[in-house]
Design a protein around this ligand. Structure first.
Ligand SMILES: Nc1nc2c(ncn2[C@@H]2O[C@H](COP(=O)(O)OP(=O)(O)OP(=O)(O)O)[C@@H](O)[C@H]2O)c(=O)[nH]1
Ligand SMILES: [Mg+2]
Length: 203
C-alpha cells in the first residue's frame, strides 16, 4: 500500500448517549454532523477513514455515507473501548505518516484550521509523536490533533493492557508538540462539540 504523508481518521463510533444515539447522523443546520469533518477533508484531498462502532448504528445511513464520500470505512474491533480503539482501527485501515484525528461532531471545523494544524508538522521534532492544541488553562484538544504512525505500537500496547484507555494516558507517552488553540482559530469555535439535542438545535 502506498502511504500518503497525511491521512484523516474521523471517529464515529461513540454511543451518543447524551444525544439519544446515532450521533454521526444527527442533522445540524441541514447536514449530518459527520458530513462537516468529511467535507473538509474531502475538499483538502486528504484521504481518510471513518471509524464506526463495531455494531452498525444505522446500516442505510452508513451506506449512504459511503456512497457519498467513497472514503475508507472501518469499524471498531472491540466495542466500548472509546476513541483509542477508533484511532487504532483507523491507523490500521489507512497508511499515512501522520493522522489528523477528528470527532464526528465538530460542525464548526474549517478548512483553514486543518491547513494550519498540518503546517506544524514541519516545525515539530522527530520525537514528537503527536501535535495537540492546548488552551491557556492547560485543557487539551486530543480529538482535533495529529498523531504519527510511530505511535501505533504504543496504542496497541495500551489497548492490550486495557487498564487506562484515556487519550491523556496515550498522549503521555508521545512527547506531544503543543500548539496554542488560538493558532488554529482565534474564536476557538472549531473545537465546539455537539453533545445534546439542545446543542444540535441551537449550536
Ligand atoms: N470509533 C470510536 N469512536 C468513539 C468511541 N467513543 C467515542 N468515539 C468518538 O469520539 C468522539 C468524542 O466522543 P463523545 O463526544 O463522547 O461522543 P459519544 O461517546 O458518541 O457521546 P456520549 O455517549 O454522549 O459520550 C465522537 O466523535 C465519538 O463518535 C468508540 O468507542 N469508538
Ligand atoms: Mg463519549
Amino acid at each position: 500500500m502506498g502511504g500518503s504523508i497525511i491521512g484523516g481518521i474521523i471517529l464515529s463510533g461513540g454511543k451518543g448517549e447524551r444525544i439519544g444515539g446515532k450521533k454521526p447522523f444527527r442533522i445540524f443546520n441541514g447536514k449530518y454532523l459527520i458530513n462537516y469533518p468529511s467535507d473538509v477533508l474531502k475538499s483538502l484531498n486528504i484521504p481518510y477513514v471513518t471509524v464506526f462502532a463495531k455494531n452498525s448504528i444505522d446500516l442505510d445511513k452508513e451506506k449512504e455515507y459511503l456512497n457519498k464520500y467513497k472514503c475508507i470505512i472501518s469499524f471498531d474491533l472491540i466495542e466500548n473501548k472509546g476513541p483509542l480503539m477508533g484511532i487504532l482501527c483507523g491507523m490500521r485501515a489507512l497508511n499515512a505518516e501522520w493522522f489528523i484525528v477528528l470527532p464526528c461532531d465538530c460542525p464548526y471545523i474549517t478548512k483553514e484550521s486543518i491547513i494550519k494544524l498540518i503546517s506544524y508538522i514541519k516545525i515539530s521534532k522527530k520525537d514528537n509523536l503527536c501535535i495537540v492544541p492546548m488552551h491557556e488553562n492547560g485543557f487539551i484538544e486530543p480529538l482535533f490533533a495529529l498523531y504519527k504512525r510511530n505511535s501505533l505500537h504504543i496504542l496497541n500496547k495500551i489497548l492490550m493492557e486495557d487498564s487506562n484507555l484515556s487519550l491523556r494516558y496515550f498522549i503521555s507517552y508521545l512527547n506531544p508538540f503543543y500548539i496554542k488553540v488560538e493558532e488554529l482559530d482565534k474564536s476557538k469555535k472549531i473545537f465546539k462539540n455537539i453533545n445534546t439535542i439542545k446543542e444540535l438545535k441551537h449550536g
